[in-house]
Design a protein around this ligand. Structure first.
Ligand code: 4F9
Length: 256
């Protein structure tokens, strides 16, 4: 898959993508990321990309022309039918389902804005959608672009090894993760749950599903609402609640 990014800080994105699973996808060539810096498209001697805000106030606004030229350069390298996504705090909330859809698009151009602002006429006229990764103020769209690229890259066939894919599949079904443990079996009096060392694979699977259900109920009830449960899962969750009532939970779970 080819992704183009319009950004004033290409090095920030390129270097962050060099590591781990995504770095491997880039090396193997299953993912290609290209960068288009509006500064390279500015036409004046100072390579100006921003200007003062009409209406006054502090903070500079990114100008239409350099952004538009960079975006057109980016779009030219992309297959027909590729989509242009502006990353901005007031966009549609980015979720896993959107990563799956974007993976299947012919191409993707991401535009990272700056916090102070981007001329609205560029967003309106030159981009197809606006995505936000969450409700916080960031200095720009570069970190959101990295989040989006990472989430999509993991879904490209050939990016993950078979073990990683198996892990991914078990969690893309609308529940949060179950808890994980590795050696040593006992540390400072904290033991690994005995079932995980029992060798009973059916019991282990049941326990993990129960933990995932229980944690989703505690921490992300809206996910459980959206997903629904089978009769068997409902029974597992009820058992989780009963066991939990007789134990001690974490502070962040105490609202339940
Ligand atoms: C973009 C925040 C996407 C969240 C871009 C300032 C942003 C953002 N999601 N904040 N510039």
């Amino acid at each position: 898959m080819r992704i183009a990014v319009v950004t004033l800080f290409p090095v920030m994105i390129r270097e962050a993508l060099e590591h781990g699973v995504v770095g491997r996808a880039l090396q193997r060539g299953v993912l290609e990321v290209e960068y288009f810096d509006p500064r390279d498209y500015a036409t004046d001697v100072h390579r100006t990309v921003d200007d003062r805000s009409y209406g006054g106030g502090p903070g500079m606004v990114l100008k239409v022309e350099p952004l538009r030229s960079a975006l057109r350069g980016a779009t030219a390298t992309q297959p027909a039918g590729s989509r242009r996504v502006y990353l901005g705090a007031d966009g549609r909330r980015f979720e896993q389902g959107m990563a799956r859809e974007a993976r299947d698009w012919p191409g993707l151009v991401l535009v990272a804005g700056r916090y102070e602002g981007v001329d609205e006429r560029f967003i309106e006229r030159e981009t197809d959608e606006q995505w936000s990764i969450g409700d916080y103020v960031l200095s720009g769209g570069e970190l959101p672009a990295l989040v989006v690229i990472d989430a999509i890259a993991r879904l490209i066939p050939g990016t993950l090894g078979s073990a990683e894919s198996a892990v991914q599949e078990s969690f893309s079904d609308g529940l949060v993760d179950w808890p994980h443990y590795t050696r040593p079996p006992n540390i400072d009096g904290q033991a690994v749950p005995a079932v995980l060392m029992s060798g009973d694979h059916a019991a282990i699977h049941r326990w993990r599903l129960q933990q995932a259900l229980g944690r989703t109920w505690l921490r992300r009830p809206e996910l459980l609402e959206r997903r629904g449960m089978s009769d068997e899962e409902r029974a597992l969750l009820e058992e989780f609640k009963i066991e939990r009532a007789s134990g001690t939970g974490r502070i962040e779970d105490s609202q339940r």
